[in-house]
Design a protein around this ligand. Structure first.
Ligand code: ZN
Length: 352
């Protein structure tokens, strides 16, 4: 009798475990909202519009500052920046800094001291125009220690750091770097930066930005634990879903090609921590990066279709540029339907 009872007990425990596991899997895979529901703004936007309150009202839980480390540092240390930080804390909004950083991390003035820290162009000449030599130990030491310096002064409350290479710029062609793709060179630099940042923030994670020339997944360099994929499909049309193989972008590709790159990168980087940085709210892009801003041509149907596409890849973290959404923008275009739909779709997303 006791044995039977014991067996029944074990069976019911096993059944409970199975139920719990199924529930956990369902939570992990489907069901819920996106973990990161973000927007990335330039300091000018954050200085003039009350983004912490707006984010809170719209269901956005993460704000990224932008563009360069020094711009953001000036804002962060100003009275307006301190208020931004306080308000984000009050509303429970996480803050991160998405930075085009290489020229700040390796000051161009160091060229006269040691030109081998800088990239070699296709003609075999060292140049301080962009980026660095990824094979120069001295360059990587300098970059890593300055990344830590900025990370200490611009802490990320979600422990995600973003120190990107120069925007869409060429990389090094020296004999040691020549065989490495832009994404492999970037990853070598990122691995080194993460080690350094972790000496001050042990929970730090650092983005590997797959974007423009670094969309291709790195094959010959392995990401350290803590490097996460940040996927930014810049070469896409926003009036058509990402799955659309006929949505061509000026002869350089089509929307669906981005998805191939995403899948490739998810073979290398963990999907759990990966972030998609898309352009649905990017007024600066819609305005051709020139003010005065035009009204955002918001396509809620495309956005929702893209969310389903990203969710099907296992993506849990999504953010979008919303640059140029400053006080002048909201004065000219007060309708906030796009932000409301954006936050709602991310918060209320249900997987099929
Ligand atoms: Zn090199």
């Amino acid at each position: 009798m006791r044995i039977m009872k014991r067996i029944r007990l074990d069976i019911s425990r096993a059944a409970l475990t199975v139920v719990a596991l199924v529930a956990l899997t369902a939570c992990g895979r489907g069901g819920g909202q996106f973990t990161m529901r973000g927007a990335v703004l330039a300091t000018e936007d954050l200085e003039t519009a009350d983004w912490p309150r707006l984010a809170h009202e719209m269901g956005i839980n993460t704000l990224g500052t932008h563009i360069t480390p020094d711009q953001v540092l000036r804002f962060w240390q100003s009275e307006r920046g301190r208020r931004f930080e306080r308000d984000c804390r009050r509303y429970g909004i996480l803050v991160e800094h998405e930075l085009h950083a290489m020229s700040a991390l390796l000051p161009r003035s160091l060229f006269s001291l040691d030109s081998t820290m800088f990239r070699m162009d296709e003609h075999g000449r060292r140049t301080a125009d962009f980026n660095c030599c990824a094979s120069s130990a001295r360059a990587l030491d300098t970059i890593a220690s300055r990344a830590k310096w900025y990370a200490q002064r611009l802490p990320a409350t979600n422990h995600r750091y973003y120190f990107w290479l120069d925007d869409g710029a060429p990389v090094c062609h020296c004999p040691d770097c020549a065989e490495l793709t832009p994404s492999e060179q970037a990853l070598m630099i990122e691995n080194r930066m993460l080690d350094s940042i972790r000496t001050s923030d042990p929970r730090a994670m650092l983005a590997h930005l797959a974007y423009y020339s670094s969309l291709e997944a790195p094959r010959h360099v392995t990401p350290r634990e803590g490097i996460f994929l940040e996927f930014a499909p810049f070469q896409r049309r926003l009036d058509r879903p990402l799955t659309d193989s006929l949505a061509e972008v000026a002869g350089i590709g089509c929307n669906a090609r981005n998805l191939e790159y995403l899948r490739q990168n998810l073979e290398v980087f963990p999907v759990e921590t990966a972030v998609v940085l898309d352009y649905w709210l990017d007024v600066s892009m819609a305005s051709g990066w020139k003010k005065p801003a035009v009204e955002l041509p918001w396509r809620g149907d495309v956005f929702r279709a893209d969310l389903a596409t990203y969710a099907a890849q296992g993506i849990r973290n999504v953010t979008s540029f919303a640059v140029y959404m400053d006080s002048a923008y909201f004065a000219a275009y007060p309708d906030k339907t796009c932000l409301r739909e954006y936050g709602q779709a991310l918060s209320q997303f249900r997987r099929p």
